[in-house]
Ligand binder design. Structure first.
Ligand SMILES: [Zn+2]
Ligand SMILES: [Zn+2]
Length: 264
C-alpha cells in the first residue's frame, strides 16, 4: 500500500467522464490516492457510482448513493425503490449527497427539506453515515440535524460556512470536508477554519469534476488533484502533508468503514 490519500467525494459518471472512470482512477492511484468515494446525485448517477465501485472492488473505490438537493423536486412522496435497493450493495458506504442548497434553489426549499428528511430516515434504517451538501443553508441544516439527526453521523462536504457553523456541526459529532476552494488565494477565511477543525474530524475531497484547485483551475477536476487540497490544508495546520494525510485517512476509514487497499 503506497497511496496515502483519500478523495472523500468525487463524481465520475459518464456525463463528466465520457471516456469512462477508469483512466481518472488510474491517475489517482498513480498520484498516491488509494481510496475514492464516488458520489451519486440521482438514481442514474448513483447506479453509475455503484457500478464503478463494483468494477474496482479491490482498488479502494466505494459508492455513495442519494438524491442531490438540486434534484429534490424529482422525488414525489418517497425515494424511488431503485435507489433504496442500491444502498444494499456492499460497495455503498454512505447515503448522499443530500442536503440543502439555497444558493441555486434549483428545487423548492420545501422539497429539499422533505427529501433531506427521507435521507436521514433511510440512513438510520441502513445504518450508514450521510454525505451532506449545504450551500447558503447552514442554519436550516443545523436545525434539521438537531431535530431529526439523533444517532446519525456524516460529513458536511465542501464546507463553506463560518467558524460558528463549523463549531456547531463539530459539537454534534459531524465531520467537515474541504475541497478546491480552500486553495484559492482569496479564501483566507476558509483556510483559517480548515486550520482549526480537530484532527479527528477533518476530510479532504475534490468534488470532481467541479472545483478544481488553484493549480488546475478552469480545467475539469479529477481525484488525483486531491493532493493539492491536502498540501494547502496541511500547510495552514503547520504539519507535514504525510502526517496530515494519515490523520485524514483514519477519519475516512472510521466514518465510511473502509478497508485497506491491497493493490495500490
Ligand atoms: Zn455537493
Ligand atoms: Zn458532489
Amino acid at each position: 500500500m503506497s497511496g496515502l490519500y483519500i478523495d472523500s467525494h468525487c463524481h465520475l459518471n459518464p456525463e463528466h467522464f465520457p471516456e469512462g472512470a477508469d483512466p481518472a482512477i488510474a491517475r489517482a492511484h498513480e498520484a498516491g490516492v488509494s481510496h475514492l468515494m464516488v458520489v451519486g446525485g440521482n438514481v442514474a448517477s448513483s447506479a453509475d457510482a455503484v457500478r464503478t465501485a463494483r468494477s474496482h472492488e479491490r482498488d479502494g473505490v466505494y459508492a455513495v448513493v442519494g438524491v442531490h438537493p438540486h434534484e429534490a423536486s424529482s422525488v414525489t412522496s418517497e425515494l424511488p425503490e431503485d435507489l433504496l435497493a442500491l444502498a444494499r450493495d456492499k460497495s455503498v458506504r454512505a447515503i448522499g449527497e443530500t442536503g440543502l442548497d439555497y444558493y441555486y434553489d434549483h428545487s423548492p426549499r420545501e422539497a429539499q427539506l422533505s427529501v433531506l428528511s427521507m435521507h436521514l430516515e433511510w440512513a438510520r434504517k441502513e445504518n450508514l453515515p450521510l454525505v451532506f451538501h449545504v450551500r447558503d443553508a447552514y442554519d436550516d441544516m443545523l436545525a434539521v440535524l438537531r431535530n431529526e439527526g439523533s444517532g446519525l453521523t456524516g460529513v458536511i462536504h465542501c464546507f463553506s460556512g463560518t467558524w460558528e457553523h463549523a463549531a456547531a456541526f463539530l459539537d454534534m459529532g459531524y465531520f467537515l470536508s474541504f475541497s478546491g476552494p480552500v486553495t484559492y488565494a482569496k479564501n483566507e477565511a476558509l483556510r483559517s477554519i480548515a486550520a482549526r477543525v480537530p484532527d479527528d474530524r477533518i476530510l479532504c475531497e475534490t468534488d470532481s469534476p467541479y472545483l478544481s484547485p488553484r493549480r488546475t483551475r478552469g480545467k475539469r477536476n479529477e481525484p488525483a488533484n486531491v493532493v493539492d487540497v491536502y498540501e494547502i490544508v496541511a500547510g495552514v495546520r503547520g504539519i507535514p502533508v504525510e502526517e496530515f494525510a494519515v490523520r485524514v485517512r483514519e477519519n475516512a476509514f472510521r466514518l465510511f468503514h473502509l478497508e485497506e487497499n491491497a493493490d495500490v
